[in-house]
Design a protein. Structure first.
Length: 226
């Protein structure tokens, strides 16, 4: 479903360049649960952002369902990203002015043309309520997200990432900011989603978390080791 080939990425560092990714290849099959490990600064987030079309490689290609997405226009990439990929980040990135339900509805609003929203709104609310229930937070629907705990915020972020039924869920240290218990709740949900067929790529520092995945790769010196 997703294949990256020959990915290189470097960043400017004073007068020189820091090579973060040095021509790596990786493919993800439907139903996979892949953990990406590696030391801090090894390029895990950079790689995940490239896989999700949030960042461009200096060299290399990103194929989504066999189609070269890296050569598409920005607009086309935005569309593919919104329809194909859901993201969960370490620090949630929820919109503070909105309540839990509205945050989950956001991706559905974005993809719906304004003239259709009146018709689609009810369906979007229903879908968002289902997702809230799936993450065990139905009773928090109307609560402003700034008043939720970290673990609850991350569950809302996860529900939002799933709103569009993405084929691929990308998670960047989704438990990195949570205590053990709140983290386990997130991991249990991810495990259950994968058993139901959701394809997941997760970045983590933690070997015990990586064991939940079906497959682990490790980033070392800009290359992947399995
Ligand atoms: N936009 C940027 N500009 C300059 N340097 C960057 C940029 N993004 C990342 N880097 C550098 O690239 C390297 C890899 O960063 P990245 O965030 O991918 O690492 P990581 O493996 O996710 O680390 P962590 O586990 O701490 O999150 C780091 O040295 C970082 O400073
Ligand atoms: Mg990172």
């Amino acid at each position: 479903m997703l294949e990256v080939k020959g990915i290189r990425k470097s960043f400017k560092e004073g007068n020189s360049r820091h090579d973060v990714l040095r021509g790596l290849d990786l493919s993800v099959d439907t139903g996979d649960f892949l953990a990406i490990m590696g030391a801090s600064g090894s390029g895990k987030s950079t790689l995940l952002h490239i896989m999700g079309l949030l960042d461009k490689p200096d060299n290399g290609k990103v194929y989504i369902d066999g189609i070269d997405a890296s050569s598409m226009s920005g607009r086309k990439q935005d569309k593919i990203r919104n329809e194909h990929t859901g993201f969960v980040f370490q620090f949630y990135h929820l919109l503070p002015e909105l309540n839990a339900l509205e945050n989950i509805m956001l991706p559905l609003m974005i993809k719906t043309p304004a003239y259709r929203w009146l018709f689609e709104r009810r369906k979007a609310i229903r879908r968002s309520e289902e997702l809230l229930e799936m993450v065990g937070l139905s009773e928090r629907a109307r609560q402003n997200v700034t008043t939720l705990s970290g673990g609850e915020r991350q569950r809302i972020a996860l529900a939002r990432a799933l709103a569009n039924n993405p084929k691929l869920l990308l998670a960047d240290e989704p438990t990195g900011n949570l205590d053990h218990k709140a983290g386990s709740v997130i991991l249990d949900i991810l495990g259950e989603l994968n058993r139901q067929g959701q394809t997941i790529v997760m970045v983590t520092h933690d070997r015990s978390i990586a064991e939940l995945a079906r497959r682990t790769v490790t980033l070392v010196d800009g290359e992947l080791m399995s």
